[in-house]
Unconditional design. Structure first.
Length: 160
């Protein structure tokens, strides 16, 4: 799948502090029914992770959402190179936290909207973020580490 470049990076100009955005996400998730919400911070007291329990039947499933600040900064640099962002964004870690968390908030809102409209089940949308507290990996990270073994399809079913 190729990377698509949009006219503007979503939320690139936000001034909303990352702590405020994390609180907004936490509120959305708690109203939705998430339990045991936990936040993790870096050495400069900036939020780096939001984890919560998602009740599925009688079981609680741990979900871990994070912002990948180095990747946000790389995206800033790509956008600067393509003249879509000003040079001042280069290396701006605080802005990366603001933009990263704001985009995650938008994504969570979109997922909860799909659930509310009965277009998907909660675990279906958050499955790749299910967290294994024993090895510290999400479901997606495990799949990636194992080179996506076990995911098979018949070529004629996929149009190949």
């Amino acid at each position: 799948m190729s990377r698509r470049t949009y006219k503007k990076l979503q939320n690139f100009s936000t001034t909303v502090d990352s702590h405020k955005t994390v609180m907004e996400i936490e509120k959305m998730l708690s109203e939705f029914g998430a339990t045991k919400i936990m936040k993790e911070y870096d050495e400069k007291s900036r939020p780096i992770l939001l984890a919560f329990m998602l009740k599925v039947g009688m079981k609680e499933i741990p979900i871990k959402l994070d912002v990948k600040i180095p990747q946000v900064l790389m995206t800033f640099d790509e956008e600067i190179k393509n003249k879509k962002l000003p040079q001042s964004y280069s290396g701006d870690v605080e802005r990366a936290f603001k933009v990263g968390w704001r985009n995650l908030k938008d994504w969570v809102y979109a997922q909860l909207t799909k659930i509310r409209m009965n277009q998907a089940k909660p675990l279906e949308l958050f499955l790749s973020y299910v967290y294994d507290g024993i090895d510290g990996e999400t479901f997606y990270e495990k799949l990636e580490r194992n080179k996506f073994q076990g995911i098979e399809y018949k070529k004629d079913e996929m149009g190949s």
